[in-house]
Write a protein that binds this ligand. Structure first.
Ligand code: 13P
Length: 252
């Protein structure tokens, strides 16, 4: 059985003082021996601070993006190798905000996924349709295109130690969560697409739901057979909310 994972995506939020207060509050409630994995993906400048506070705890950490390059003349980039040096286990790849605001393509997201895996990180590969795409009945074709970019770049075997996050763009930061049934349907479609290439890889692949996950809706979402946890934005900045979401992942 797949175990649950709850990952916070702090996005462009945080301060040295605020991070410390938030993480200390999480550490009071999330034990070292942790049956549901828990992580925070923070802005890269804070990784050293986060590492110092979380090392040896039940909370892992990661970044929100990485370069497709390992090193060289690429001003402004941060490589997977650097993230590993800072103790990262996870890195988010292809988040819809990177795709829509910063123009990242399916191909670039797939290249970043490969770079993350080559560096030894667990990439969290984000996919999801916009509201217009859903209303036009294109949810499945968009998800297929995004997943196929990864399958073409790396093959299904590349997903063996990766994570996929289904984040419908219309549910991100809007307070409008997908229903548990909508999330499960999309997750089942993604899993099926990968199973067509490799059944065993698809069966063990964690698929997280992201988009206005809150303490109030987490348990219902996580109870669905194809939902293996959450990628949490706004609610991950509030200790009580994030802990409650993590607790919801403990109950199957
Ligand atoms: P919200 O939880 O704020 O909707 O953000 C979801 C998200 O984008 C996580 O990566």
């Amino acid at each position: 059985m797949r175990s649950k994972i709850v990952v916070g995506n702090w996005k462009l939020n945080g301060s040295l003082a605020g991070n410390e207060a938030l993480l200390k509050a999480l550490l009071r409630d999330i034990p070292r021996e942790n049956p549901a994995a828990c992580a925070v993906c923070v802005p890269s400048p804070y990784l050293a601070q986060v590492r110092a506070l979380l090392e040896g705890s039940g909370i892992a950490w990661g970044a929100q993006d990485l370069s497709r390059f390992d090193q060289g003349a690429y001003t402004g980039e941060v490589s997977g190798r650097m993230l590993v040096e800072l103790g990262c286990r996870y890195v988010i790849v292809g988040h819809s905000e990177r795709r829509t605001i910063f123009g990242e393509t399916d191909a670039l997201a797939a290249q970043k996924y490969v770079a993350a895996r080559n560096a030894g990180l667990t990439p969290i590969f984000c996919v999801g349709e916009t509201l217009q795409e859903r209303e036009r009945g294109e949810m499945q074709s968009v998800l297929a295109r995004q997943v196929d970019a990864l399958l073409h770049a790396y093959g299904a075997v590349g997903l063996e130690r990766g994570i996929v996050a289904y984040e419908p763009v219309w549910a991100i930061g809007t307070g409008r969560t997908a229903t548990a049934a909508q999330a499960d349907e999309a997750h089942a479609f993604i899993r099926g697409r990968i199973a067509a290439k490799d059944e065993a890889v698809a069966r063990q692949l964690p698929i997280l739901y992201g988009g206005s996950v809150k303490a109030a809706n987490a348990a219902e979402l996580f109870a669905m057979p194809n939902v293996d946890g959450g990628l949490v934005g706004g609610a991950s900045l509030v200790a009580q909310e994030f802990v409650a979401i993590w607790r919801a992942a403990l109950v199957r």
